[in-house]
Design a protein around this ligand. Structure first.
Ligand code: PLP
Length: 510
């Protein structure tokens, strides 16, 4: 237990921490007052970690080096601010706080109450929602909380009301079993994974498909867009309890106003998973019919993609569902993660500033520039472009699988991921598509001109990658790889991740 360690150990630690700053000042020729609090904190944080595990300190540093030297085009990733990261690195991680603010199963939660309430208030103000719940540990958890809140409100509560019973714990074993069967027999209509939906929207191998009787909608085979007329017919046929909108690989806006009408026409609860595009909603890129908050009963999100916060999830909902959503613990979750809720509050505060709206709008401008240049370079861009943060390309015409193209790009120092495309002939593992996103490079400050360069480097690499009778092996011409490396390095030298952190100094130290 470290409290009982000798005073000498503490003194040694203090000396070490002081020495990294002293050493850094000597190395950089800077004054203490020249350093930002973030850069100081980063130095000291790594040093403190290294006193326990140099391996982990080096792992963190190596990841920073990797993220600095590759172009990050993973559509679901971003670069969170150092204050967001620091808010997670403290003793809040030690606190149990099951329940919700001012209604906890543990004593001593006053400070967590303040932190959680602050995050909730920031979320409701930012998105204009009636209610926010910031405890889900991830987007998958947020979806489970939402599903079960809907099931509780629409299936369990009416059944209890009919029986005149307040709490399901008081049901007889027979009534409880009958309720469980009814809960497990509800219908969900969501977007097909192969068309751009998400695993948690009813994919067979995910718990969502085991909880619900699932039907899926796809995209129009020619346009690659959601066909709302076809969806309306399908909804009338299926009559789902939940109509779910949202995606992880669909490059277009969704008309939530239209989807709300479809949900109403069949008496469904309208749920939106805005995990990918929450930042575009927060930054008012998606407004009017494209703003899900105005139309959905319940909206889930991750906090770490376009929203640029810590890894985590969140649920926003109308008043009707608030008390059910707040029961995410114990319904689905265990104890909340107060340090992550603190980091969510920091990120939500950042997203409430006018600069975030500029950032969000630049994400989309950049994605469009990327798509246009890819098209000009001869790539097959699905749906002909984008109006959000992501671009999908079909590498089938290049005679590559998504897996080969993903690996070739990574060799060229472009990090992106392979993705299925609608009716993919290569299946979900090898795939025929690549998914590219602009949130991270936009955080670095890149603009349309840089996106054109990124598209041109990627096209150079893909058009010089070849394969023979394999879905895995490939080769890239040495010349194009060398050229790609030079051009990537040149771009990244002008847009440095966390420029206040002196990586060469840290490399010598760790
Ligand atoms: C639409 C959508 N929902 C949910 C999730 C799950 O988020 P997490 O990985 O945080 O569980 C993702 C993640 O990719 C997503 O794209």
């Amino acid at each position: 237990m470290f409290q009982t360690a000798s005073t000498t150990t503490f003194r040694n630690r203090a000396l070490k921490l002081t020495s990294i700053i002293t050493d850094y000042l000597a190395h950089s020729g800077k004054q203490l007052s020249d350093l930002t609090s973030s850069s100081l904190a980063y130095l000291v944080n790594l040093e403190a970690i290294a006193t326990v595990s140099p391996v982990i300190a080096r792992g963190i540093l190596q990841e920073l080096i990797s993220q600095r030297s590759n172009l990050k085009l993973i559509a679901s990733e971003n670069f969170s601010s150092i204050p967001t990261q620091l808010a997670m690195a403290n003793l809040l991680t030690d606190k149990y706080a099951e329940g919700f603010p001012h209604s906890r199963f543990y004593a001593g939660c006053e400070n967590v109450d303040l932190i959680e309430e602050t995050a909730c208030n920031l979320a409701t103000n930012l998105f204009g929602a009636d209610h926010a719940y910031v405890q889900p540990h991830s987007g998958a958890d947020a979806n489970l909380v939402a599903y079960w809140a809907i099931l509780s409100a629409k299936v369990e509560q009416p059944a209890l009301d009919r029986l005149g019973i307040k709490d399901s714990a008081e049901l007889s074993p027979e009534d409880w079993n009958s309720l469980r069967q009814t809960l497990g027999n509800q219908r969900l209509l969501g977007m097909d994974l192969m068309a751009g939906g998400h695993l948690t929207h009813g994919f067979r191998k995910n718990v969502s498909a085991r909880m619900f009787n699932v039907s899926s909608y796809g995209v129009h085979p020619e346009t690659g867009l959601i066909d709302y007329d076809a969806l309306e017919r399908q909804a009338k046929d299926v009559r789902p309890l939940i109509l779910l909108a949202g995606y992880s690989a669909y490059p277009r806006r969704i008309d939530f106003q239209r989807m709300r009408k479809i949900a109403d026409s069949v008496g469904a609860v309208f749920m939106v998973d805005m995990a990918h595009f929450a930042g575009l909603v927060a930054g008012k890129v998606f407004t009017g019919p494209y703003d899900p908050i105005a139309y959905a009963d319940i909206v889930t999100t991750t906090t770490h993609k376009t929203l640029r916060g810590p890894r985590g999830g969140m649920v926003l909902c109308k008043k009707e569902f608030a008390s059910y959503v707040d029961k995410g613990c114990p319904l689905v979750l265990g104890g909340p993660l107060p340090h992550i809720m603190a980091a969510k509050a920091i990120a939500l505060e950042e997203a409430s500033r006018p600069t975030f709206a500029q950032y969000a709008s630049q994400i989309t401008t950049n994605a469009q520039a990327l798509a246009n240049q890819l098209i000009s370079s001869g790539q097959r861009v699905l749906s002909g472009g984008t109006d959000n943060h992501l671009v999908l390309i079909d590498v089938g015409p290049l005679k590559l699988t998504g897996r080969q193209a993903e690996q070739a790009a990574r060799e060229a120092r472009i990090t992106l991921n392979r993705n299925t495309i609608p009716h993919d002939p290569n299946g979900a593992w090898y795939t025929s598509g690549l998914r590219l996103g602009t949130p991270a490079l936009t955080t670095l400050g890149m603009k349309a001109g840089e996106m054109e360069e990124v598209a041109s480097i990627l096209s150079l690499v893909l058009s010089n990658t070849t394969t023979e009778n394999s879905r895995v092996k490939y080769s890239i011409s040495e010349r194009s790889l060398a050229e790609a490396h030079k051009r990537v390095a040149n771009l990244l030298s002008r847009f440095v991740l966390y420029p206040e952190i002196d990586v060469p100094f840290l490399q010598k130290r760790f």
